[in-house]
Design a protein around this ligand. Structure first.
Ligand SMILES: [Fe+2]
Ligand SMILES: [Fe+2]
Length: 253
């Protein structure tokens, strides 16, 4: 919660327009609370049952963990690539994303509290930060993997989760997911815009570079079905990602 409120303070300070960009090396790993206990993704219990309060709590806890990672990922993107002469609008965009991720985290924390739970009560996985660490030296890889694979994946799955919550009678949690979904379309849009701009500045073809970076830096295939409507709303056309669609480890599409 301290990190989320500090994110809002920093975003407000940045918005004044007088803060220098600086060139401090960010830590390889951002600070985290002692809990939740972090486990490899394969050791996480599957969450299937949204009908029970425990199932909903587990889902909201997992989403809160994703949003905390998203706060860290947005600030890391702000801090890690300061030496390559990016324009101020790059930082405007990602500071705004960090602030929205902090908002998402706090919304989920408040909902968890209403359900009698706290962030840290359950274990969580470390897969998202691993993606960040792998792309610390390559901005195009970072943009391909974080906004354009991971956040775009959120666009694919969030509407269905919201619908399942509604069917389970939890309209309040569903409303939070709708807010998150709308703002995440904006994050994917920002990711795609900067990805394309940086590619074009080097005379590279964005869709080709996207596929190259995802193949090299993201473990596994992209999982269909894709939410083409939400992805298109983010300006992310299917010819970027469709050729990377595959089957998962269990052989299921
Ligand atoms: Fe978010
Ligand atoms: Fe996001």
């Amino acid at each position: 919660m301290a990190k989320a409120t500090a994110s809002h303070r920093l975003a407000a300070a940045w918005a004044k327009g007088t803060m220098p960009i600086g060139d401090v090396e960010p830590p390889p790993r951002s600070a985290r609370p002692l809990r939740p206990e972090l486990r490899p993704p394969r050791d996480m219990p599957k969450r299937r049952n949204f009908g029970s309060p425990a199932g909903r709590t587990a889902l909201l806890h997992a989403l809160a963990h994703i949003e905390l990672n998203a706060i860290d990922l947005a600030w890391d993107l702000v801090a890690r690539f300061t030496k390559i002469g990016l324009p101020r609008e790059f930082f405007d965009d990602w500071v705004g994303v960090a602030s929205e991720e902090a908002h998402h985290f706090l919304l989920l924390l408040a909902r968890l509290a209403e359900l009698g739970a706290r962030y840290g009560d359950l274990p969580a996985h470390d897969g998202l930060w691993e993606a960040a660490a792998a792309t610390a030296d390559d901005l195009l890889a970072r943009l391909a993997v974080v906004p354009l694979v991971l956040e775009a994946r959120g666009l694919d799955v969030t509407p269905e989760m919201a619908a399942r919550l509604e069917r389970a009678g939890d309209a309040q949690s569903a409303a939070i997911l709708h807010i998150i979904h709308e703002q995440e379309i904006g994050h994917v849009a920002i990711g795609r815009r900067w990805f394309d701009r940086l590619c074009r500045a080097q005379d590279l073809v964005p869709a080709e570079v996207f596929r190259d970076r995802v193949r090299r830096f993201f473990k596994g295939a992209l999982k269909p079905p894709f939410n083409q409507t939400a992805r298109a709303a983010a300006g992310f056309p299917s010819h970027y990602y469709e050729p990377l669609a595959g089957v998962d480890e269990a052989g299921e599409v």
